[in-house]
Ligand binder design. Structure first.
Ligand code: PMP
Length: 428
């Protein structure tokens, strides 16, 4: 068979001459057989430089909840483009964007904006430290909160005390305790009167789409309250995806602070911290400095206002639909793999899912460490060859515009990819 990806290979070779590793974010380097170069995205579909079309379940790592190139967002951004990119000064969309968050996110009485999820996480922690007068932070094993030094410890695929990368300052994580999730005893053991904040993904999507045990979030809320620590939900993925108001709405547990990103801007780089008014008072009063050249620039603000308005409009049918389409995608993968004798398991919650190459159910960070990541990456390559684009490490996202036609295409593609995988692994 000839090479299916000559354009992507040439593009990657060219990029490597000037762009370190040939990709703009290291995660993409793991794509087999080569990082694919795309030239267009529309609805549930992507087109690559070699002219191949794909049903897309990567969705830019989550932001494209409305699908690629959503017209209401593009229209708002086009309008703003003709009025200026950035003023370095106040503008009318600032209040509109903040009001949109306060309307939709249950814990949001006040908010601040940044440009990426990583930044906003660290803004939230700074605010929590200021509000409590304490220093330490508790995070959970296998939860991901961005690439910045202090919290890049105990991340998915790593051990409890393991830093994520060479070059990290080990001292930056000295005030961070890593704790097992879904384990109240473990949390109680580390909570003391120097813990400023407990931060978690309320559904541990990055580690394997693990749901909280019934009652766990409520119990964590009670424990943090009793300890005088603040509870931060990192809803960079779950925000707008699991419900309009995120995991906090879906589970009915309000954190003190929440971090939003990804779907908030439908592909524009923007993030936010929102939460209790008395806690955000640290910023409102000027005691906590919150600055940034690009914070809530008019272009990104226009994307937020349009994205949230569209999500609010769609909400009554969107969330049942994401549950159904996400469930159908998981069923397709599991059923087709089982027919081919392949060990694929899928955890799915609403519009997010995680597939593992494993003979056993994967219910925790420790289980995830035993799954075969390389075999799944090879399967992701087989899917790509059949016209389905997924994140090679196992994450899957569906959007508001994924429906029956995409699921049918996916079923056929998954069937063929499973046959290929069974052949190459000698299962059949
Ligand atoms: N928190 C969570 C839960 C995330 O999934 C991510 C990114 N995948 C981040 C924070 C960091 O966001 P960003 O990549 O925008 O810095």
């Amino acid at each position: 068979m000839g090479d299916r990806y000559p354009g992507s290979r040439a593009q990657h070779e060219r990029s490597r001459q000037s762009l370190a590793r040939g990709v703009a974010t290291g995660i993409r380097a793991g794509q087999r057989p080569v990082p694919i170069s795309f030239v267009g995205g529309n609805g549930a579909y992507l087109t690559d430089i070699d002219g191949h079309g794909y049903v897309d379940y990567a969705l830019a790592y989550g932001p494209m909840l409305l699908g690629h190139s959503p017209e209401p967002v593009l229209a708002a951004v086009r309008r703003q483009l003709s009025e200026g990119l950035a003023y370095g000064a106040s503008h009318v969309l600032e209040a509109e964007a903040a009001e949109a968050l306060c309307r939709t996110v249950p814990c949001a009485e006040l908010c601040v904006f940044s440009n990426s999820g990583s930044e906003a996480v660290h803004t939230a922690i700074r605010i929590a430290r200021a509000a409590t007068g304490r220093t330490r932070v508790v995070k959970f094993l296998g939860h991901f909160h961005g690439w910045l030094d202090p919290l890049a410890v105990g991340t998915p695929g790593h051990g409890e005390t393991e830093l994520a990368t060479k070059g990290q300052d080990p001292l930056a994580s000295a005030s961070v305790s890593v704790c097992r999730w879904n384990d109240l005893d473990a949390l109680e053991a580390v909570l003391d009167d120097d813990v400023a904040a407990v931060i978690m993904e309320p559904v541990a999507v990055n580690g394997g789409c693990f749901a909280p045990e019934p009652g766990y979030l409520e119990a964590v809320k009670a424990l943090t309250e009793a300890a005088g620590s603040l509870l931060i939900f990192d809803e960079v993925i779950t925000g707008f995806r699991l419900a309009l108001g995120g995991a906090q709405e879906r589970y009915g547990v309000l954190p003190d602070l929440a971090v939003l990103g990804k779907a908030l801007g439908s592909g524009f780089p923007i993030s936010a911290v929102c939460g209790r008014g008395d806690v955000l008072e640290e910023v409102a009063s000027g005691r906590v400095e919150h600055i940034g050249t690009f914070n809530l620039n008019p272009l990104c603000a226009s994307a937020v206002v349009a994205s949230v308005a569209e999500l609010e409009k769609l909400a009554p049918r969107l969330y049942p639909q994401l549950d159904a389409v996400g469930g159908a995608l998981a069923e397709i993968l599991v059923t087709e793999a089982a027919h081919a004798g392949l060990p694929l398991v899928v955890n799915q919650l609403g519009g997010a899912a995680y597939a593992f190459w494993s003979n056993e159910p994967v219910g925790s960070h420790m289980d995830a460490l035993t799954a075969d990541g390389n075999a799944y990456r090879r399967f992701a390559e087989a899917l790509l060859d059949e016209g389905v684009h997924v994140i090679p490490r196992g994450l899957l996202y569906v959007s508001a515009v994924h429906g029956e036609p995409e699921l049918e295409l996916t079923r056929q593609a998954v069937r063929r990819a499973c046959a290929t995988a069974a052949e190459t692994t000698g299962v059949a």
